[in-house]
Design a protein around this ligand. Structure first.
Ligand code: 1GP
Length: 240
């Protein structure tokens, strides 16, 4: 197992270099569109590719990653909805634990199911605290995980959850409003969490404008994840 990608993320944080990850959900992106996507993101401000989704069927992620990596040189991280989305074709996996929810399935059961699969891969495994925060609408993560997001009106709980994740040994903290969230995570929450944790902070869900991305960075996000806005407009990245 390597540690190259995590080291790169930590080093970017130390240098104050902000990172942008593009999320591609194999359920929403056709394999036949990958050539065009690769062309679009060439020379754009995208540093990492996340591939995954809440409901992707077995083997689909594998074919998707296999095809994408032939065309695109960026590091590919699996952002799994469940253990069936693991494929050795990627470079790394965000080994998520959904700390905000009280559902053991996504706190530990999926991770146990993933362990023997991961053992036989070369993937870099990046322990990640995944914290779902209310973005004003029910998102796929909430529906599939059957967990309640933490309300944005309870920043203390969000900060304590992030801190607990760090104490558990998570190497990244991911504040997630959910794909297609109506409301992104408030700047004040990002800044409260960023002040308390020392590991890199990822923010995603509902980021639809250049200004929203800049605000997240300015308040302490080390990396942002964009998905929906790119699905809607592949030229969005030109603005960044
Ligand atoms: C979802 O944070 C990501 O896991 C991206 O969200 O699709 O709203 O950009 P969007």
């Amino acid at each position: 197992m390597t540690t190259a990608i995590l080291k790169h993320i930590i080093s970017a944080k130390k240098k104050g270099k902000k990172l942008i990850a593009l999320l591609l959900d194999p359920d929403k992106t056709k394999l036949s569109d990958l050539d065009e996507i690769c062309e679009k993101i060439k020379n754009q401000a995208i540093h990492l590719i996340f591939i995954g989704g809440s409901t992707v069927q077995n083997n689909v992620t594998h074919l998707f990653v296999e095809s994408f990596k032939k065309k695109c040189a960026l590091p590919i991280l699996i952002f799994p909805g469940n253990h069936n989305q693991i494929t050795n074709e990627a470079d790394a996996i965000l080994f998520l634990s959904l700390l905000s929810g009280d559902n053991p399935e996504y706190l530990i059961h999926q991770q146990i199911a993933a362990a023997p699969i991961l053992k036989n891969t070369q993937l870099e495994i990046i322990p990640t605290a995944y914290i779902l925060i209310d973005g004003g609408n029910e998102t796929a993560v909430q529906r599939v995980s059957k967990t309640k997001p933490i309300s944005q009106s309870d920043p203390t709980k969000i900060v304590h959850t992030a801190l607990a994740g760090q104490y558990m040994g998570k190497q990244l903290i991911y504040l997630e409003a959910g794909s297609g969230a109506k409301t992104a995570i408030q700047a004040s929450i990002i800044s409260k969490v960023a002040k308390e944790v020392s590991v890199p902070l990822i923010v995603g869900g509902g980021l639809r404008t250049k200004e929203a991305i800049q605000t997240a960075f300015k308040h302490g996000a080390d990396m942002v994840v964009i998905g929906t806005v790119f699905e809607e407009n592949q030229d969005f990245l030109n603005q960044l």
